[in-house]
Design a protein. Sequence first.
Length: 306
Amino acid sequence: MTRAPIQNISENLFLIDLDLPLPGFRRFISTWVIKADDRAIVIDPGPCTTVPMACDALKGLGVKGIDYILLTHIHLDHAGGCGDLIARYPEPTVVCHPQAVDHLADPERLWRGSVKALGDLARTYGEPTPINSEKLCPGCDIQWKGYRIEALETPGHASHHMCFFLEDIVLAGEVSGVRIPSGNPPYRRPATPHPFQPEVALRSITKVIEHSPKRICYGHYGIMDNAVSMLESAREQIELWLDIIERRRDKGLELDEEEILEEILSMDPGVRSFHQLEPDIRERETYFIKNSIRGMVGFIRAQPQS
């Protein structure tokens, strides 16, 4: 097994890459680790299939025990491996959204829904194993090794989404979408799968902005210093994509995914570097952009025309 790359973000904060054996799925899925001595907090442990990779990286960091696992949400690429990680490190308390508790304790419905939505991609992530409900702490703030970590419910990307605040950092999951290192400016896009409720997602972004974080750690991918600016841009990007789709509807145009994609690529500066992405990453991003478009189209179709 190839050891996962580890990035030392700051003194006690690390990013571990969890690359999948799929074209384009590199430097995309990661787990965040806060370390103090030989103890750790893990944020979004990743899918089942990458747990051995994550454990090998934790060993390389000198981690002997995990005290907490924080889940921004329970989609398979973020939390599917949580149960398997606990099988290897049995001590942690799992902090999650209150709506996530039942799905983590009995993930069969989550698994079936994921396979229906994602097909073979879900199977590549792997089927999650149940977590003892006694280990689950819904929405709680924690004190750990001199750190205070605040949990904030931020539904939008998912109804069970949370963000976590550590000093001047927000561990943001997908509250503000996806950011991929690329050209200039960095590529970024919304993550708005069906069913999408814009007012809920935008309100959550505003709640995070009100905490005035300086740095933002993305679930996909990496860290940026200008957190508030990135969050404001994410809000504007959602509004732009919705406006593009709504104007097409009001003009009587087909809400065709390919045509909407081309219009977004021509109008949104956030995806300006799309064509600079490597071909396999561009193919991956085309899949996920269309997934976000479908969420927005579903919302627009349900709204009355002005």
